[in-house]
Write a protein that binds this ligand. Structure first.
Ligand code: ADP
Ligand code: MG
Length: 293
């Protein structure tokens, strides 16, 4: 490989809105046959808004939002910020939280107004023997089937409500995924979110293969498993929880709009957070290396 041609390749990358860590990255880019895409913040905007509050039988929606909002105000998660904002819009100021704890990939817990509150996946509440009643089960299932994210709220030993949040698919995602296919790549959607919501988003953007309900620490194992099957894997992500998988992938791509650790762990950064730049990068690397040979 002639260094000059590779330098031209990386220079052209900058024009396309792609930051390339070094010229050697172009070689792995060329060989990729599978592209794993994180859902939240990568395929979707990651800017969530609170859509609905469903109280359990005998509970008040306002109490559910008030306690959940106060708790989530201590979390950086996009779901948490949507819930905290929804609560602040409704109540102004929020109560203080004591003993806040984040349970990675599952939710949060802490004491608000003297109540031990949990917000997160139904699985997290189940760990504390807080089963959802029929009304909550139905609300959760309906929201998820529509591609939304629903989290449960419980306190003092009982599930008390469901909160529905949603973010929008980026306008460019479906087009980018069509381009990956044209380049011969198999797209896979990977997320910690529930299977129904993931399936709905997959359908919306044209991804047949969906791997959902993956804990943050298990994302890297998904990449390893695909590599063990002989795949050359590109991983695209934006979050703190994607960093290990980005480093493990044959080619790690981060969103310029994402977390610093994700950017550091990646080989390529899509400056504007537009997935079409990933297709451009692959096309560019194939063309650049074809010129050299
Ligand atoms: P993703 O892979 O989509 O970025 P995460 O691994 O961050 O998702 O989270 C997985 C799931 O855990 C979320 O969809 C949500 O159900 C739950 N969760 C995580 N953090 C929180 C939180 N702060 N509040 C409520 N639910 C949460
Ligand atoms: Mg993400």
């Amino acid at each position: 490989a002639t260094p000059t041609a590779l330098m031209v390749g990386t220079g052209r990358g900058a024009q396309l809105g792609i930051l390339i860590k070094g010229p050697e990255v172009l070689e792995s880019t060329r060989l990729v046959d599978t592209i794993v895409l994180d859902k939240t913040g990568t395929v979707t905007t990651g800017k969530m808004t609170l859509l609905d509050v469903i109280p359990a039988e005998g509970e008040l929606g306002s109490t559910v939002l008030e306690l959940a909002g106060a708790l989530e105000d201590s979390s950086e998660h996009p779901i948490a910020q949507a819930i905290a904002k929804g609560a602040r819009d409704e109540f102004g100021t929020l109560s203080q939280v004591e003993g806040f704890a984040n349970v990675e990939g599952l939710g949060v817990q802490g004491v608000v107004d003297g109540h031990a509150v949990i917000v997160g996946r139904a699985r997290l509440l189940a760990d504390w023997s807080q089963a959802l009643d029929e009304k909550l089960e139905t609300a959760l299932a309906q929201a998820e089937s529509a591609g939304r994210t629903a989290v449960a709220v419980g306190w003092d030993g009982k599930a008390r409500g469901v909160l529905v949040v949603a973010d929008a698919v980026k306008p460019s995602s479906a087009r980018a995924i069509a381009q990956f296919r044209e380049l011969g790549l198999t797209p896979i959607l990977l997320t910690g979110d529930n299977a129904r919501a993931a399936r709905a988003i997959g359908d919306e953007v044209g991804i047949a293969e969906v791997i959902a309900e993956v804990l943050p620490q298990d994302k890297v194992d998904t990449v390893k498993r695909l590599q063990a099957e002989g795949k050359v894997v590109a991983m695209v992500g934006d979050g703190v929880n994607d960093a290990a998988a980005l480093a493990q992938a044959d080619l790690g791509l981060s969103m310029g709009t994402g977390a610093d650790v994700a950017i550091e762990a990646s080989d390529l950064t899509l400056v504007r957070g537009d997935l079409r730049a990933a297709a451009d990068a692959i096309r560019l690397s194939r063309r650049t290396l074809a010129t050299i040979k």
